[in-house]
Write a protein that binds this ligand. Structure first.
Ligand SMILES: [Fe+2]
Ligand SMILES: [Fe+2]
Length: 191
């Protein structure tokens, strides 16, 4: 598998982890709890800083080049660039809503949580489409020279180094792992 494709698949795994965090808060709210809006905003900021700026642009390069080589593939996959634009708009809108909620501005909570739930669904469906349709088609159509050319095009785009997103991801991942463990160690629990 090309290094570029491996990287994109790995990034999907990282993004799925972040969606679990967001979904957990939506579920907490549906069960009558108080969601952690700041944590939710952190996840959405990660999506703005990483997928929107560094992951989707790489896929756009691959998609444009696939389109030039294999028109049928694109008919099967759909318009990925348009999906990326829609995801960016959805991300922006959820970010604004969460900004209001964090600042205690009056926002209908049901609507906000429904938006977050839709965000998780749309993101997952998008990545699943890429994993099942887009990536295998790239593997089938591109040879080693094509991949080398793609690497060169991506490098020339000089996409922003997602350091801020990486730092944010590490912190959020810690929260994610902590959430799957008991709050206190079993040996320190009251008898
Ligand atoms: Fe994508
Ligand atoms: Fe992707």
């Amino acid at each position: 598998m090309s290094g570029l494709l491996q990287r994109l698949r790995h990034e999907h795994d990282a993004m799925r982890d972040m969606l679990v965090l967001l979904e957990r808060e939506v579920v907490r709210y549906r069960r009558g709890g108080r969601p952690d809006f700041e944590l939710m905003r952190d996840v959405v900021e990660y999506c703005r800083a990483f997928p929107d700026l560094a992951h989707h642009p790489v896929e756009d390069v691959l998609y444009e080049n696939l389109q030039a080589r294999d028109g049928d593939a694109v008919a099967a996959i759909g318009d990925l660039e348009d999906e990326h634009r829609r995801l960016a708009t959805l991300t922006q809108s959820l970010h604004e809503t969460l900004d209001d909620l964090v600042a205690d501005v009056e926002v209908p909570r049901d609507g906000a949580l429904a938006l977050a739930g839709r965000f998780v669904e749309v993101y997952r469906a998008h990545m699943s489409l890429e994993d099942r349709q887009f990536f295998p088609r790239l593997e089938a159509v591109f040879d080693a020279d094509d991949w080398q050319r793609m690497e060169a095009i991506v490098a020339a785009r000089a996409l922003p180094a997602p350091e801020d997103a990486a730092r944010r991801w590490v912190r959020l991942r810690e929260i994610l792992l902590r959430g799957s463990l008991p709050e206190t160690a079993p040996w320190s629990a009251e008898p």
